[in-house]
Design a protein around this ligand. Structure first.
Ligand SMILES: Nc1nc2c(ncn2[C@@H]2O[C@H](COP(=O)(O)OP(=O)(O)O)[C@@H](O)[C@H]2O)c(=O)[nH]1
Ligand SMILES: [Mg+2]
Length: 316
């Protein structure tokens, strides 16, 4: 492709040029052909940022909390990146537009980089683009990267596998505590934030979730999810959220779990890339002869499918 000076873009991003950061994220969003080059240029600069995921039902207060966390981290002098990921939205409207407006608080702060990502226009899908976008922000010198995902099920799990620390937001009266357990969210949450604590029922939600955590079995030395109350709309409880995140961070570092998580994450990423490549190659075989002729043999009972698969892989 012409005019794509990836190493140059990475150099500019590293000194805080927001246009270079934007360009790099666009490159990783736009698809597979640019990804290897960008990833290679970023690799020496990765691994510095603390990645914090925020997830929970729509309307629970993720963006409001993210906005307040940005403010709090900036007050500590840290550079912050925000990725607002909305896998449910094929268009960039609705919630994401609202997020953009809210995030205008930080629009002129050079220490903050904010990007919304929807599922629109991702060849490799959000699941492939988001970790690369995190790498871009990491390489660009962000100390903290907040990843907000509107989540039900899969998306939440995806955020958890991306983040060092995962915050799950709940709000009173949404039956969230119960839903959380059903959806397996208890396993991914490092910190629960009972937001909208100004509303009736917040204490009950707090008690519910504490009760659920109490029921969970935990080996000695394992992390016990923290539960924090907040009124994000008024900036209340944000210091407590930060304290819980820091505590988790300390635990990650002390136990070696930070590296273990990152290795697991990298393994999943490498595996996904390898499988994608493999699928592409198999696809190209399909139009040729190898898969087709093997398939004919299997269909005619001349070969069993396992032997055929072995032959197919050997031919690659
Ligand atoms: N009462 C109350 N409303 C809140 C609180 N935090 C956020 N909200 C409101 O809840 C709505 C949804 O918040 P938003 O941050 O966009 O939720 P998201 O969809 O999870 O990102 C907005 O109208 C917020 O102003 C809170 O602590 N208390
Ligand atoms: Mg939001």
């Amino acid at each position: 492709m012409t005019g794509r000076d990836v190493p140059g873009l990475v150099e500019r991003a590293r000194v805080g040029d927001p246009r270079a950061v934007a360009r790099l994220i666009s490159l990783v969003e736009s698809g597979a052909d640019a990804l290897p080059e960008v990833a290679a240029a970023l690799a020496p600069h990765a691994g510095h940022a603390e990645v914090v995921g925020l997830t929970g039902s729509p309307g629970v207060g993720k963006s409001t909390t993210t906005n307040e966390l940005v403010r709090a981290y900036r007050a500590r002098g840290r550079r912050v990146g925000v990725l607002a990921v909305d896998p449910s939205s094929p268009f960039s409207g609705g919630a994401i537009l609202g997020d953009r407006v809210r995030m205008q608080d930080h629009a002129t702060d050079p220490g903050v980089y904010i990007r919304s990502m929807s599922s629109r226009g991702h060849l490799g899908g959000l699941a492939a683009a988001t970790p690369q976008a995190v790498r871009v922000l990491d390489g660009a010198g962000c100390d903290v990267i907040l990843v907000e995902t509107v989540g039900v099920g899969q998306a939440e799990v995806a955020v958890a596998s991306l983040a060092d620390t995962t915050l799950v937001l709940l709000a009173p009266g949404m039956g969230d505590a119960i839903q959380a357990v059903k959806a397996g969210i208890l396993e991914i949450a490092d910190v629960f934030v009972v937001n909208k604590a100004d509303r009736d029922g917040a204490d009950a939600t707090y008690r519910d979730i504490q009760g659920m955590i109490g029921l969970g079995e935990r080996a000695p030395g394992q992390w016990r999810p923290q539960v924090v109350r907040a009124v994000a709309a008024r900036g209340e409880g944000i210091e407590d959220v930060l304290a819980a995140v820091d505590k988790h961070r300390g635990w990650l570092a002390d136990t070696g779990e930070l590296r273990a998580r990152r290795v697991r994450r990298a393994a999943a990423e490498v595996e996904a890339i390898a499988l994608g490549t493999l699928r592409e190659r198999l696809g190209s075989v399909r139009h040729g002869t190898a898969l087709e002729s093997l398939a004919e043999k299997v269909a005619d009972g001349e070969l069993d499918p396992y032997a055929a698969a072995d032959r197919l892989l050997a031919a690659l």
